[in-house]
Structure formats: C-alpha cells, structure tokens
Design a protein around this ligand. Structure first.
Ligand SMILES: C[S@@+](CC[C@H](N)C(=O)[O-])C[C@H]1O[C@@H](n2cnc3c(N)ncnc32)[C@H](O)[C@@H]1O
Length: 426
C-alpha cells in the first residue's frame, strides 16, 4: 500500500463543493501520495462493481458550459485552446464557481518540474517558460537528451528525410505538443492580444493533464481526439496505471466510475488514461511508470536509414511505411517484421508473402535483422546514459539534477526494453 497523508484543507473544501454540485462520492477521498501529488484512496473496503464517483454534466467544464458569446469570439480554435482561453479570460463572475476546484490543481512550478515542454533547452526541453512565437514555422532540433520518440532526434545516428509524412501519435511527441500549444496561443492572441503567456500556458497544461474524453453519445467524434475533451471535477484526482482498474462511462448526462475489483480501506484507486507508452506519459502528463505493459519504442528512424527510396516507396504502396514498434510484452510488431522481411526476401516473394499467398520469411533471418536495428537503439541509450551521468556529476542546481535523474531513469528503461526484446528474438 502506498504511503499517503491528509490532502490539506483546500481539498476537503473542494470535496464538499463537488458534493454540493451533485457529484456522488462513494467510499473514496483524495489523499496526498508520495511521488504522485494527490490521488484517490478507498475510505473503506470496496466491492467489485461498486460505483465510486458519479459526476453530473452540470458540474463539468466543457465546451457546452462555456457561454456562447465567449465561444463565438473564436473561429477554428481547438477545444483545449478554447477552454484554456475561457479559464484565462472568461467573466470572473462565471468562473468564480470553479474557485475551490482551481485551488486543488497543481501549481505552475509543479508543471515546471515535471513537464518537458517547460524544461530548459539545455536539458532537451522546449524552454516554453518563455512565450512561443505564434507564427514561427521552424522547430529547433532539440538536444538528444530526451528519448528519440519525444525529441525526434538522435546522438548516434543521422536521420534521413522522410519520403512521405505519416501519422505518428507516439513519436515526435514534444513537437506535436508544442504545435498544439502554439496554435492555441496564436488563436487566443487574435482575440485577446494582451494575454499573459504564463497564465494561458498554465491553464492549457492543466487541461492537458486533467481532462477526460468527452463526446456526446450519438454524435460523431471530432477528427482530433484532443478536441474531444472536458474537465470532470473530483474524478481528476485519479492517477494512472496500465491496468484497467476503473470502469469509466459517460452516457451524455453523467460520468460514472466503478471499481473493477475489490479494494481494501486505504488502498489507492487508479484509472487508466489509455494504453500509453512511457515517452508519451512523460511528455503529456509529466511522469512515467516504473512498469508499463504499454511501453514501447519505435525503430522508424533506424529502419528508414536501411532502405533505399524505391524500397520505401514499396513500403508506402503496401501501407507498411512507419510505426515500427517494439514492446517488451510482444516483441517486434508485425509491421517491423514485414520491414525486416523485405531485407531478406526477393521482392517477388515479399510481395506474395504480405499479400497472404506466399511462403513466410526465414524467421531467424528476420530476427537477426531486427536485433541489428535494436542494437543501434541500444548504442544510443548507452552513449546518452554515459553523457547524462557526466552532466549529472557537474550539475549543481538541485532542480536540474532531479530532471537529469528522471532522464537517466527513462534511458535505463529504454536500455532494458531493447535488451529484453533483443533476447526474445534470439
Ligand atoms: C489527472 S491528474 C491526477 C491527480 C494528480 N496526481 C494531482 O496531484 O492532482 C494527472 C497528473 O497526476 C500525476 N500522475 C498520474 N498518474 C501518476 C502515476 N502513476 N505516477 C506518478 N504521477 C502520476 C501526473 O502529474 C499527471 O499529470
């Protein structure tokens, strides 16, 4: 059981506010938990399937609770941007309702500690403690201290230009996040030119780390899931785990959370934010898990270096271009195996194989090719770890030291993941 303590008076006051707003709270309460800020704990033994929290629509903060005259000021702004703009510029009389809730959110300095987007550039972060240019189109190639899935950059290999853009939700994560914030910043400045960067980016980060999936049943989900979001008071105390611990349902009127197993009094109750790899959790939420069955690495940059343009065009043609993932649980994904097969088969046999009517490749050859690719990732991890240890020893600033430790921890995990998958393919 995790060590926890009383959350403090503002959390007790907020809990009462939530109950007054119609939130049903059943056998749970917030507690301060070492290493995780606040979290949700069981106040008594809880049975499987018991309802834990039920939040009515009227208590949530969504695009539907923002006054329409405020919404109409904007055109094309993301929902995250709109809600952050509302928290920053909305009518104080309407926002007063949320005062007790706001007092429970993390502070800006909490975000500075955990979120790479606010980390200094020397540590590979985006340095967005200072305003982002609303129009800049160039992206600074970050220092290769954050893992490649986050930074998109490497120390030991030179990336090749892409033959075609493709969707990479779990790669180039920091750049994608910066772009979302930059777009929101541009859109808010167009309406409120005097917006304060720190206040707006703070609200944007609160939304980033505390919102829930919000789509009215029966309506088409937006193309971008970042636009399908709302804030759900009290439920935002749940910390994340890679197991499904809570059954979470939104029926258009209520968000309901039920226990998926029995809990003992005092136990922390988690929910799952989704099957996210650690690099994604690190950037989007400012933490990563010690054990994460959804953790993965992507070999795209390494694999692309090994192929000619014609080979890559062939991969594009057959929809096997990119997103070459390895996970500790399942090893290399099928797309990675298909790419490796191309390296050890004649083109004709490969085409037949991927179209389902040919002889499969020699798995020992495929595995050897994948191991060589993983070795390149492993070398990147070893070189970076050595560099980070040196930087750590020279660093005097305690806050930077703690960030470097977080980086070292993540690179150690990457090393273990590479070694684990490599030995599985032996
Ligand atoms: C929805 S909030 C959960 C409540 C939050 N811990 C708090 O103090 O208010 C999400 C944030 O909680 C933290 N968090 C969530 N799950 C975590 C975990 N398993 N380990 C460490 N921190 C976690 C991260 O800072 C994340 O951005």
């Amino acid at each position: 059981m995790s060590a926890h303590s009383s959350p403090g008076r503002q959390h007790t006051a907020f809990m009462q506010w939530a109950i007054d707003e119609g939130v049903k709270v059943n056998g749970v309460e917030p507690a301060r938990i070492t290493g995780r800020g606040l979290g949700m704990i069981a106040t008594r033994d809880i049975q499987e399937h018991e309802m834990l929290i039920d939040v009515p629509l009227s208590a949530m903060l969504s695009v539907d609770s923002v006054p329409s005259d405020f919404v109409n000021l904007f055109s094309g702004i993301s929902i995250q941007g709109l809600l952050a703009a509302y928290l920053t510029h909305g009518d104080p009389r309407c926002l007063k309702k949320y005062d007790l809730w706001k007092a429970t959110w993390p502070t800006y300095s909490d975000f500075e500690e955990g979120m790479p987007i606010l980390w200094p550039k020397e540590l590979g972060g985006s340095g967005l403690k200072h305003p982002i240019s609303p129009t800049a189109t160039t992206h600074h190639p970050p220092d290769g201290k954050l893992p490649p899935s986050i930074s998109g950059s490497w120390t030991t290999i030179r990336k090749k230009a892409l033959v075609e853009e493709y969707e990479t939700k779990h790669q180039n994560i920091l750049f994608q996040q910066e772009k979302r914030l930059q777009d929101a910043w541009r859109d808010v400045l167009a309406v409120f030119p005097d917006t304060d960067w720190e206040t707006f980016s703070y609200h944007w980060l609160v939304l980033n780390t505390r919102c829930f999936y919000y789509v009215m049943p029966g309506t088409e989900p937006p193309e971008d899931t970042n636009d399908a979001i709302a804030m759900v008071p009290f439920a935002d105390y749940f910390n994340h785990t890679d197991e499904t611990e809570c059954d979470v349902k939104f029926d258009g009127k209520n968000y309901t959370f039920r226990a998926m197993r029995a809990y003992k009094k005092g136990e922390e109750i988690y929910m799952s934010y989704g099957p996210h790899p650690n690099d994604f959790l690190f950037v989007e939420y400012g933490f990563y898990l010690d054990h994460n069955k959804s953790d993965s690495l992507f070999l795209d940059d390494i694999i692309f270096k090994d192929f000619t343009v014609a080979e890559k065009e062939e991969l594009i043609h057959h929809r096997y271009y990119g997103n070459y993932q390895i996970t500790l649980e399942s090893g290399p994904c099928f797309r990675t195996e298909v790419a490796a097969s191309m390296k050890c088969m004649s083109r004709r046999s490969w085409r037949n194989y991927i179209q389902g009517h040919g002889i499969p490749p020699n798995s020992a050859k495929v595995n050897a090719i994948i191991r060589d690719w993983i070795d390149i990732y492993l070398k990147e991890a070893n070189v970076t770890l050595e560099k980070m240890e040196e930087i750590f020893l020279k660093e005097k600033d305690a806050s930077k030291q703690s960030k470097i430790k977080v980086l070292i921890g993540r690179w150690e995990q990457i090393k273990q993941l590479c070694e684990g998958v490599s030995s599985k393919t032996d």
